[in-house]
Design a protein around this ligand. Sequence first.
Ligand code: ATP
Ligand code: MG
Length: 436
Amino acid sequence: MAEINRAVKGTNDILPSDVYKWQFVENKMLETAALFGFSEIRVPVFEHTEVFKRSVGDTTDVVQKEMYTFDDKGGRSITLRPELTAGVVRSVLENGLTNGPLPLKVCYIGGCYRYEKPQAGRLREFHQFGVECVGAAAPSADAEVIALAKQVLDNIGIQKVSLEINSIGCPECRKKYQEALKEYFRKNIDTLCATCRDRLERNPMRILDCKSPVCKGLCENAPVIIDYLCEDCENHFKEVKKHLDSAEIKYTVNPKIVRGLDYYTRTVFEFVSGDIGAQSTVCGGGRYDGLIAQMGGQPTASLGFAMGIERLMMVLEAQKTELPKRAGCDLYIAAMGNNASLKATALCNDLRTDGFKVQTDICNKGLKAQMKYADKIGAGFTLVLGDNELESNKANLKNMQTGELCEVTLDNLADQLFSAINKNALENLADSIIKE
Ligand code: ATP
Ligand code: MG
């Protein structure tokens, strides 16, 4: 039987009672990105499969095991995006954005799809915030992008996060390194997992990112790329570190970081949280100087990062961080009888035009049930309308927090509600200052 009452394994709903957390986090991300000059770009959830094969890489876990790929009714091979960089680069090239001023700075928020084993911090639909900085070769660009990631994490309130950086060099320095790696792993070929045995000749660096415990164990003593960097890559890495020092951004060099996607070159980095167990990388990124040419553009040095928003939510949860919740309803107008209901409809419309969050009864409930509802949805104020109120054109505005009543006239309600909301906010502020 089709499971129509259950979400697909590895997917989550974000319910109305929680969505304020997502809105807060996403707003902080976009606001912070804007401080660095990054504008949002929105690209499709699916692309031609080749877009990902070409960029993420044929021998990566993502392409080999994790993609949601299918033929559409027109016989095209389509893949739900496992990440956004590939699609963004495709869009940048297709729309000629590299012909405009460089560096081009774009950011995104969106769902990603990977067929993985679901567990804490590992989902089949998850969300990423990320940035791409296209056409910036200098080491200061690496530092700027890392600084942006750091500031996003700070602005959201993520504590206890550490930055690890590495350089995985350019195709030139990798030649020597890959030979050294092959030599190392060939000696242990029988212990490698089947996938890694296959990777050994084609792309030995992928073995370093394998999740199987045996391969992980073998990787412990494998040669590290940082010992094989060419002079240019070595200097670039030195300068990146100097810029990070200059911005007082703390980091450790972790020569074991290689990242799971093939397009990276030179600087790679991760932000790791001490708060959420095994799936602890909340942000991963780096340079991809070869990717744009690989995707059919002119060679254009570029870099970026992506953060897993669900993992950030887990950190906030673990830290017990209270995120600001905006009032869902400023005023609930309870109406008794048809004439009052008509008046309530008119008042609500006017107040909403003035920007207030206002609700009234739309179920023909009795007064008691209406007040109960107003209380449950957390209305800041209520106003009861009956025949008397319609006749006198006056009613009592009730502060639901204090129970205080204040007589208002039904004309000009917006001004009076505005004053009442502000008075309440000031009193709350004064209270909290006295408590402190
Ligand atoms: P991991 O090593 O944890 O599998 P990755 O190297 O595959 O991560 P990237 O492709 O670099 O991750 O994606 C960037 C970020 O997206 C990760 O650091 C993580 O925060 C988040 N992320 C990746 N895969 C998932 C997933 N399946 N569920 C939730 N978040 C994820
Ligand atoms: Mg992964």
